[in-house]
Every structure is written in C-alpha cells, then in structure tokens.
Design a protein around this ligand. Structure first.
Ligand SMILES: [Zn+2]
Length: 427
C-alpha cells in the first residue's frame, strides 16, 4: 500500500464510493420500510440513490428534530426500526446544549459500534498484549463504553476506572502495569497534576499510549505536546458521538483525524449556504452512519467544525483526513466585535504555555462591548513574563485584545468528563 500511486488512489476512491452507495441503499430500503421518523422525513425519495446529485436532494437531519421527536413520542421517539424488546443498550447525550437525547441500540447496532472502535484501537496500535485502563465513570454517556468492549474483544486486558478518585486511578494504572490510557485530554492533564502531588513521575509508568476523546485536544499540537511530555506516552485522538457512532481516529502520523469511510459517509458543508464547503474552507461535518440499522442517521449535521482539506495526508490511509481534527463546535462559536471565535482556538494558544495548569475563558459585556478574559493558574516564579507573552500571542493570533488574569492555584474547576471552561455572561 505504501507504493500507492495516483491511479490506485483514483481506483480506490471509485470503489469506496460504490461501496458506500451500496451500503447506503441497503440502509435506505430498510429505513423506509421500518423507521417512522425517516418514513415521514424521506417519504418522497426514489431509490436507489445512484449519484451525488440524487444524494444531495436528501434533507439534512438536525439534532433538534430528534429531540422534538422524543418529546412528541416519549420516551424514545420514532427513530427506531425494531420493537423496543429488540433493543439492548441505552445511552444518552450529555445535554450540554439542551435536553439530553436518549439513544438505543440493538445487539447488532451495538456490535457495529464495537467494530468501529476496533478500528480506533487498531489505528493506535493497541493489541491483545496491552493492558488498557479506562479513566471513565461508566455512566449513561456513551463515551468509552464501546472502546471498553472492543478492547475486551481483541483480547486486551481491560481495567475499569469507574467510581474511583484520581489518586485511586493512578494507583490502579501503576499496579496493573497499564500500557494504554483512555480518557479526555483535560483529564489526562489533571491526572498528571495529581500524580505530581503524590510524588509520582508518570513518565516512568508503563503507559505508552493515550487515546483521548470527548474534547478537541489531541489534534491541537500544543495540547498534544503537553500531554505527551507529562506522560512520556504517544497521544492518539478519537472522535465519536452518541448519535452517530465512533467515526474517526488519528493514526501514528497524528496531526488530525481520519474519517472511517467504510462505516460513514462524510460531507463538509458551509453552514450558512448548506452547499458543499470549498477546498481549504472550514465547514460543518455532516455524517451518515452506514451500519447502525437500530439507530440510523442520514445526513446528520454534527455541529463539528472541520477544515475541508482536498489533499491526501502523508500517511498510508486513503480515508478522508481532517487536519487538526475538530476545530470547534458550531454552537460554541461566539462573535466578539465582529470576529468569529472558537474557544478551542484560544485553548490551543493557552496550552502552548507549559507553566499554565488550568484556565477558564470568560465572555462578558462591559460598556456595551463584548469582552474576553482568560483566567489561569500558573506554576512559575515569573508570572509577569508568562502574562505578557500570553496576552501578545492571543492578540496576534486571534486578532483582538483578550485580557488575561492569574488566579490562585487549585481555584478553577477540574473535569473528568467533557470540560466546561467557558463562562458566557454576555448581556
Ligand atoms: Zn493517517
């Protein structure tokens, strides 16, 4: 495969598109027979879908539609093809932006999740020889549940970290010679802070790989470097959503995310015009999951903002590559004095300072003007130099003045799941 030339890529692309169309039509035939939500939504479409032009006539699916459907048909809504007795897994979204969505899987559709997760593990080089530690609460959020079962199925030694304190988790990692850690990027940093308090140097632990999910982070170079240096381990990114499935992962070349195109059709659209994003343009990722018959999503607007790169990545994979992974969330974007800002771009800059342990981004209004202030905890004898460098870098790269302020150590909140570092008090 490393000898791939342009012709082979072309041939593969055609094959991949044919394969996706084949799976898509299978899914649509099934969905239109059995799924009331999509029967109502897609009633008029003609099958089979044969071309991109046919495809783009299919309406997008919005999260709000799924939530409204559950309110109209409680408790689970109508995006189901089977009687409830056929379902075996219940999960819900975190509800950070509204009411949580309840999502059910049959045994088959859950097995599809596990298949997707096996690809994540494979891409990170995890094998049956690994001891895999899950620093995760095992609550109703889907998070690492699929990863846990996939690791078990490939024969790895799996260790649960549910209901444990950070200290207990560090002890369990060391005692069980864990080689792979799964958690959020924020929590990987937090565990390193706690280890330092315990006088433990994690670079001497057996952890060789860390797979993170839940927040953009592992694909932001400054965050990745910080976590890799704290742990002496290689960091891999993974992206998935309760609604869609585990749709992407980074490879050993890092730097971003590949979409698993054998299981998903990915499109990137301009969220204003709803047309395909132009090459090199940022846009919203739209996904169709091809193998989750128990909970299908067709042209689902994920709200994830990504860069539409037309180029093949430097690695062997031929799947679509998203440089920098998820750049931001459409619903996190704020407009401050006419400039579109994703908090993750501020995070990327803050994380370039290894002296900064935790931070919070505050949006507020003063004298009718929207303002931003970054508060942070810093571990250095020279706060003034850090503050000056941070303020300068924020102004140069974000393009407007952002205030900065140090706060006392351990005063800002810490997070084990999705971090909430944004406080929006704008009027
Ligand atoms: Zn790659």
């Amino acid at each position: 495969m490393s000898q791939t030339n342009a012709f082979q890529i072309y041939e593969y692309k055609t094959d991949l598109e044919n394969y996706q169309m084949h799976k898509l039509n299978q899914l649509l035939v099934f969905v239109l027979q059995k799924n009331k939500f999509y029967q109502q939504k897609l009633g008029g479409i003609r099958l089979p879908i044969q071309s991109k032009k046919d495809w783009t006539k299919i309406p997008f699916t919005l999260k709000q539609e799924l939530i409204d459907d559950q309110q109209a048909h409680p408790p689970y809504g109508q995006n189901h093809a089977y009687p409830i007795e056929s379902y075996s897994r219940y999960h819900q979204t975190s509800g950070t932006s509204g009411r949580p969505l309840k999502v059910l899987d049959t045994i088959d559709s859950w097995n599809w999740w596990i298949t997707c997760w096996k690809d994540v593990l494979h891409s990170s080089g995890v094998t049956h020889k690994d001891h895999v530690f899950f620093a995760f609460s095992f609550g109703p959020f889907i998070a690492f549940w699929g990863g846990f079962e996939a690791a078990k199925e490939i024969g790895a030694f799996v260790i649960t970290g549910g209901s444990q304190s950070s200290k207990e988790r560090i002890t369990a990692i060391l005692e069980n010679n864990a080689t792979v850690l799964l958690c959020t990027p924020s929590y990987a940093i937090h565990l390193a802070e706690v280890a330092k308090e315990m006088n433990i140097d994690l670079r001497e632990s057996s952890i060789k790989k860390i797979i993170t999910a839940g927040e953009p982070g592992a694909s932001i170079p400054s965050v990745r470097e910080q976590i890799e240096s704290l742990w002496g381990a290689k960091l891999f990114d993974h992206v998935g959503m309760t609604e869609t499935g585990a749709y992407g992962y980074s490879c050993k070349e890092q730097g971003g995310i590949h979409i698993n195109e054998s299981q998903f059709i990915a499109e990137i659209i301009n969220p204003n015009t709803l047309e395909a994003a132009k090459p090199h343009e940022e846009g919203e990722l739209v996904l169709t999951n091809l193998g989750r018959f128990g909970y299908p999503l067709i042209r689902y607007r994920t709200g994830d903002i990504v860069l539409n790169s037309p180029n093949k990545f430097q690695c062997e994979s031929l799947y679509k590559f998203l440089p920098g992974g998820i750049i931001g969330r459409a619903d996190d974007m704020v407009v401050i004095r006419g400039i579109n800002i994703y908090p993750s771009s501020i995070e990327a800059i803050v994380r370039e300072f290894s002296e900064i342990s935790e931070f919070q981004i505050n949006f507020y209004t003063k004298s009718d003007m929207d303002q931003i202030k970054v508060q942070y905890e810093v571990d250095t004898n020279d706060e003034a130099t850090v503050n000056k460098a941070l303020t300068t870098r924020l102004r140069e790269r974000i393009g407007l003045r952002i205030d900065t302020e140090t706060v006392k150590p351990n005063t800002l909140p810490r997070f084990s799941m999705k971090a909430k570092r944004i406080v929006d008090n704008r009027t």
